[in-house]
Design a binder for this molecule. Structure first.
Ligand code: ZN
Ligand code: ZN
Length: 261
């Protein structure tokens, strides 16, 4: 069995405009047995005067759920389809997460912003930010709402060096993954940003090998995630091969499917 648990749709407003069905067909062509749609989580905008346009809106939820559920039935004999969200975790939104979680199969945590829809970790990460990020991820994993930790090395987008603070953060991620038995993702989508020079080496921001070197010292579960924003990402062998090359020689505890909880 092989699953992809990180799939977006046009509703996030930064994926292709393809129909949801295109992702299902691509996943079948790529021999996935499980395809989970986990589009960017709609926050409750009543608290925000300026809606953030890089994610699903609450008004699109009904259409999202009904579309994916009908595909689930239509393709039931070819692939298992799940529907859920990728969300940042902020404890003050706990009630909203719980309410939204009831209608879906799963939620994965992908912490892009330091504060709710404000200050992207990609724009700069101090040592203090790494502590905050670790606390946010720990909060997500301990909440019982999430069953998958997306791109734990996303923070390297906002960091120019790998140092002790980064290593400490990686150890915390490994420890929380083990403590809550939640797999962490090697994100194939990070390649879309191309390479840049970090510590004198031209590398992708993420997956970032030194992070995974630390993770390889722990038995925590690791899973590849396509982070599809186009159906073609699911059949793209290049990204997979690039990342396999990047992680070559590391003994990661790779799994192909996750436990939905
Ligand atoms: Zn996205
Ligand atoms: Zn994503």
């Amino acid at each position: 069995m092989k699953g992809n648990y990180h799939t977006h749709t046009y509703r996030c407003h930064h994926a292709t405009m393809e129909a949801d069905e295109a992702y299902v067909k691509a996943a079948i062509a790529a021999h996935f047995d499980i395809l989970a749609f986990t589009d960017h989580f709609p926050f409750d905008y009543t608290e925000y005067p300026c809606p953030f346009h890089d994610r699903m809106d609450l008004s699109e939820v009904e259409d999202y759920l009904s579309s994916i559920r009908s595909l689930k039935e239509k393709y039931a004999d070819q692939i298992q389809i799940l529907v859920g969200y990728e969300a940042e975790y902020y404890p003050e939104h706990l009630e909203h997460y719980k309410k939204m979680r009831r209608d879906v199969d799963l939620m994965i945590v992908g912490q892009h912003f330091k504060r709710c829809l404000d200050m992207d970790y990609a724009d700069g990460v101090s040592d203090e930010d790494l502590d905050l990020l670790a606390e946010q991820l720990e909060g997500a994993l301990s909440s019982g709402l999430f069953c998958y930790l997306a791109h734990p090395d996303y923070f390297m987008m906002g960091r120019n060096h790998w140092d002790e603070a980064c290593e400490r953060f990686a150890r915390r991620v490994a420890e929380m993954s083990l403590r809550y038995n939640i797999p962490i993702e090697v994100n194939l989508g990070g390649l879309k940003y191309g390479k840049r020079v970090i510590d004198g080496e031209e590398v992708y921001n993420y997956p970032y090998r030194p992070f995974w070197e630390v993770i390889s010292q722990y038995p925590c579960k690791v899973i590849y995630g396509v982070d599809a924003h186009a159906s073609a990402n699911l059949t793209d062998e290049f990204r997979k091969q690039e990342v396999e090359e990047l992680l070559r020689g590391l003994s990661l505890n790779l799994v192909n499917t996750i436990e939905i909880k």
